[in-house]
Design a protein around this ligand. Structure first.
Ligand code: DC
Length: 224
């Protein structure tokens, strides 16, 4: 049986940075499920689909073939065979991803793919519904969070470092909107699984978080 770690939490909590680092330390494959929803969002933007029209998204999503592979430990997300890793981190795609991810047809396709990946490999998978829906039997579940102020500041610093113009207040408002949508949608809303360990990173350094999560993984592996 494969060893699976589920990490859920709101946008900007640091899930991907932590999961990536812990994957390296613990020899696990890192699966970033948000990237799959982002690839689907990019597809809808390119196709000119009105993101307020749920039926149009539900119909069109079957034309997007989203796959992931790993090259030197780095996840490569492909949309109809094209590597879209460098195109899915914009604010436009973030916003669109939170709209397409509420569509049941989109979620079913993504969740099936994620379950197959986890059955085939020891992995650490991050997202919103991993502990509650995708991998309910994961050996370790973590709910990683931080205050919206701290998360906005981290996103701001990231964008500023890439030279992208941004405004802190707008980013925070967008994060809070996204939290609301992720936590209140009908299907698989973001919530802490009953058996998940809560890690609030608001006052922790990245190194401290990586250390804490790696320790939890080691303990879970020992438990088996
Ligand atoms: O983690 P992220 O910001 O890359 O996720 C992009 C969007 O996809 C976000 O609005 C939440 C959604 N998402 C989801 O609904 N379920 C997941 N397992 C992962 C992401």
């Amino acid at each position: 049986m494969s060893f699976n770690v589920a990490i859920d939490g709101p946008a900007g909590a640091g899930k991907s940075t932590v999961a990536k680092a812990v994957a390296g330390k613990m020899h696990l494959i890192y699966v970033d499920t948000g990237a799959m929803y982002r690839a689907m969002a990019l597809f809808m933007i390119r196709e000119g689909v009105n993101l307020r029209e749920k039926a149009a998204i539900a119909e069109k999503c079957h034309e997007a073939r989203i796959t992931i592979r790993h090259e030197d430990g780095v996840q490569v997300v492909c949309l109809n065979e094209e590597n879209v890793n460098s195109l899915i981190r914009t604010e436009e795609v973030s916003h669109a991803a939170s709209l397409v991810s509420v569509i049941p047809e989109v979620r079913t396709t993504m969740v099936n793919l994620q379950k197959r990946l986890a059955a085939d490999s020891d992995c650490i998978m991050d997202g919103r519904d991993i502990g509650t829906c995708v991998l309910p039997g994961a050996q370790l579940k973590i709910y990683l969070t931080a205050s919206s102020e701290v998360r906005a500041k981290r996103r701001y610093d990231e964008l500023a470092a890439r030279g992208e113009a941004c405004d802190l207040k707008t980013i925070q408002a967008d994060i809070e909107d996204r939290d609301y949508r992720d936590m209140h949608r009908e299907i698989s809303p973001l919530k802490q699984a009953e058996d998940a360990v809560l890690v609030d990173t608001s006052h922790m350094t990245q190194e401290e978080v990586i250390h804490a999560v790696a320790d939890l993984c080691t303990q879970a592996r020992v438990r088996g």
